[in-house]
Design a protein around this ligand. Structure first.
Ligand code: NOJ
Length: 446
């Protein structure tokens, strides 16, 4: 029996601000991450995405590397401010130059392009008008989605509207560690979530109007629990706790976004502030919600819980990544089952990976045994969820390249391709050679 379904899609992902560079070229307007970095004081080492991996100028080289890695799909995001320098209004005639070259080159090499429309780099002009707090943004987002979908009609078939609404809302508007750096109360954060739901929906309608055959998803993250031991009762506790909004950190649950979008209601476990906000919602808003064709799950680790749903602390010395995130492969088994059980639609793993203390060895190679072991364990667990019936359409590793890791700057290396930031040189790490075999054998090599 095959471990992964026949048409399972294997690939990798990256995002515009994190890898493109060329921050002010070809008519691009400023975005909130340009501003946040240039302002100083928000990002480690005062790093910024001005040059990043310089992907903007290295399309042919990069796609040749992807081909060499055996990728079947590449998930990338479009920088809204390249297409609409002011967020809205007039389309920049040069805005698609880079994406055209990228998409055409991917297609020529048999790699499927998958577009994320919004991976956090909002045009500054829209932020000046309130950003995701102002529901007028949904119209601008729909226009942007329409223009992109029209442009790529016949070439791109899979879109993701928003990446991780949880980070947009909480990190950007709640605690301010991401652009636009606002520190607002919980009700305002709830409002951002609601506007994001409306924006996803308007964007999805706009894409479908232009290209009814397009597949449109949304990418989520958030708490995922898994059982300490695999019994039916423990599984149930893990499921309940995964979606329990009354536990600390409701902002980092999948359901705070996906329940409104798909189930069109807030869970009864929602905290008081969220319920207060929910009362202010015009009932007609619920009719405007669009169920995505798939849910993208970004998953890095999870929380182990016991039979009562209590969190079990990792044992001392339990494995962690370079940025000290827990290594919990088991979460891969359950997260797809949880999301499918609650929402009943197919999923992609749109991100999964880790940062390692990678370096170039004396032999000129990058030996990232830790990444291989991580990936191996996580993929074996993913397979268990699939075997139990989770409809998982594909796996996209985060990330293809080392890149700009937001507030952590360039300190964290998440890539399967090493980037030397001194000169932009790329080196395939051991992990991507290993991953190539996994892809070629559709996971049978695991
Ligand atoms: C989620 C985000 O989508 C991505 O931009 C980020 O680099 C990775 N997680 C790693 O933190």
């Amino acid at each position: 029996m095959n471990k992964f379904p026949k048409n399972f899609l294997w690939g990798a992902a990256c995002a515009s601000y994190q890898c493109e560079g060329a921050w002010d070229e070809d008519g691009k307007g400023p975005n909130i991450w340009d501003d946040f970095c240039h302002m100083g004081g928000h990002v480690k080492n005062q790093d910024n995405g001005d040059i990043a991996c310089d992907c903007y100028h290295r399309v042919q080289e990069d796609v040749a590397l992807m081909k060499q890695c055996g990728l079947q799909a590449y998930r990338f995001s479009v920088s809204w401010a390249r297409i609409f320098p002011n967020g809205d209004g007039i389309v920049n005639p040069l805005g698609f130059i880079y994406y055209d070259e990228l998409v055409d080159s991917l297609l020529k090499n048999g790699i499927q392009p998958m577009i994320t429309l919004y991976h956090w780099d909002l045009p500054s002009a829209l932020q000046d008008r309130g950003g995701w707090l102002n529901r007028d943004i949904t119209r601008a987002f729909a226009r942007y989605a329409e223009v992109v979908a029209q442009h790529f009609k016949g070439r791109v078939h899979t879109y993701m509207t928003l990446n991780e609404p949880q980070c947009i809302a909480q990190l950007g508007y709640g605690v301010g560690v991401h652009a636009p750096g606002l520190v607002l109360d919980e009700e305002k954060v709830a409002q951002v979530f609601h506007v994001l739901c409306l924006a996803h929906s308007a964007g999805m309608r706009a894409i479908k109007a232009v290209d009814p055959t397009a597949t449109v998803g949304v990418v989520t993250c958030g708490r995922q629990c898994y059982p300490q031991t695999d019994t039916p009762q423990n599984r149930e506790s893990a499921y309940q706790e995964t979606f329990n909004l009354s536990s600390p950190g409701w902002q980092f649950t999948s359901n705070i976004f996906l329940d409104s979008l798909i189930l069109r209601k807030y869970d009864e476990t929602a905290p008081e502030t969220v319920r207060r906000f929910a009362h202010t919602i015009d009932p007609s808003d619920w009719d405007m919600m669009e169920t995505p064709d798939f849910i993208g799950i970004n998953i890095y680790n999870g929380e182990m819980v016991d039979a009562e749903g209590r969190y079990v602390k990792p044992h001392p010395g339990a494995p962690v990544t370079a940025c000290k995130w827990k290594v919990t492969p088991e979460v891969m088994h359950y997260c797809t089952l949880h999301i499918y059980r609650r929402y009943g639609i197919p999923v992609y793993i749109t991100e999964n990976g880790l940062s390692c203390n990678d370096k170039v060895y004396l032999d000129g190679a990058v030996h990232d045994a830790e990444r291989i072991d991580f990936l191996h364990r996580y993929l074996l667990e993913l397979q268990k969820g699939i075997a139990e019936g989770a409809p998982v359409l594909g796996y996209l590793h985060w990330s293809l390249f080392d890149n700009f890791e937001w507030a952590e700057g360039y300190d964290e290396r998440f890539g399967m391709i090493y980037v030397d930031y001194k000169d932009g040189r790329r080196i395939l790490k051991d992990s991507v050679k290993w991953y190539r075999n996994v892809i070629e054998s559709n996971g049978d090599s695991l």
